[in-house]
Design a protein around this ligand. Structure first.
Ligand code: 0WD
Length: 254
């Protein structure tokens, strides 16, 4: 269908075919969008290239959000290839695995800073570049988790970073609204991905959600993808600064 026909979007955060960003990319493509992927490092390049090919997408290069020059290079390539941009999927987070277990209290200054830079500030650094390319307005989407709102076991410093990320969504939405650029987040329920495998007792968290979420199950990357396509398309043109839960309803009981 043509819900997203004529729209061009940058997908950041595909590590493999289990990534949430991949679920969103597939849905956007199904609705007619044209896509460009970034990858982080050569190891992921080999994974991302065949996935991009499946969706007839461009690969616009290595982007490590801790390296501003690599973000600039990616946006320069998007500008050269497309001249403008309609949407961005920011599905990036990182924290040292050994601090996603045990007590938040043990978080080091070094890991706190790194976690905040990669998982929170990167949305702002990406939005700064996007503003210049979203000349017809646009939609920016990031991914968050319920651990931003409530204490969750093992989520620790990532919960603190996600709380700041959700606040960033509101501030960026206010800053970019007059340019018709919308900024929203999906708060996804737990999904077994590469990033999730770093969180202590993740299998227990999945089970807990299956027992307690109103829909009595967890969600898929395809379900997050469809909700993402809504937030990235004009269907949601009246929505910005929103944190939309795609979590089988867990947040109403948890
Ligand atoms: O249960 C889950 N999986 C949930 C994930 C529930 C709710 C939210 N999320 C969020 C994550 O926190 C993240 O923001 O969704 C987003 C996507 O995560 P994912 O799909 O669960 O995980 P994954 O497939 O591993 O993709 C995250 C990717 C990285 O993968 P790895 O595993 O190699 O760290 O984020 C990227 C990288 O591709 N990434 C970076 N990209 C650029 N620069 C960087 C960086 N410095 N660090 C990580």
């Amino acid at each position: 269908s043509g819900l997203m026909a004529g729209k061009r979007g940058l997908i950041m955060g595909v590590a493999n075919n289990r990534s949430i960003a991949w679920g969103i990319a597939k849905a956007c493509r199904q609705h007619g969008a044209e896509l460009a992927f970034t990858y982080q490092g050569d190891a992921l390049k080999k994974r991302v290239e065949p996935l991009a090919a499946e969706l007839d997408a461009l690969v616009v290069g290595h982007c490590d959000v801790t390296d501003g020059a690599s973000i600039d290079a990616v946006f320069a390539e998007v500008a050269a290839k497309w001249g403008k941009l309609d949407f961005i999927v920011h599905a990036i987070a990182f924290s040292d695995k050994d601090q996603l277990d045990g007590r938040y209290l043990e978080t080091t200054e070094e890991n706190f800073t790194k976690t905040m830079l990669i998982s929170c500030y990167s949305l702002t650094s990406v939005a700064q570049r996007a503003e210049k390319l979203m000349t017809d307005g646009g939609s920016i989407l990031t991914l968050t988790y319920y651990g931003a709102e409530k204490w969750m076991p093992h989520y620790n410093v990532m919960g603190v970073a996600k709380a700041a990320l959700e606040a960033s969504v509101r501030y960026l939405a206010a800053d970019l609204g007059e340019k018709a650029i919308r900024v929203n987040a999906i708060s996804a329920g737990p999904i077994k991905t590469l990033a999730a495998s770093g969180i202590g007792d993740f299998r227990y968290i999945l089970k807990w959600n299956e027992y307690n979420a109103p829909l009595r199950r967890t969600v898929t990357i395809e379900e997050v993808g469809e909700a993402g396509a809504y937030l990235l398309s004009d269907m949601s043109r009246g929505v910005t600064g929103e944190v939309h839960h795609v979590d089988a309803g867990y947040h109403v009981v948890g």
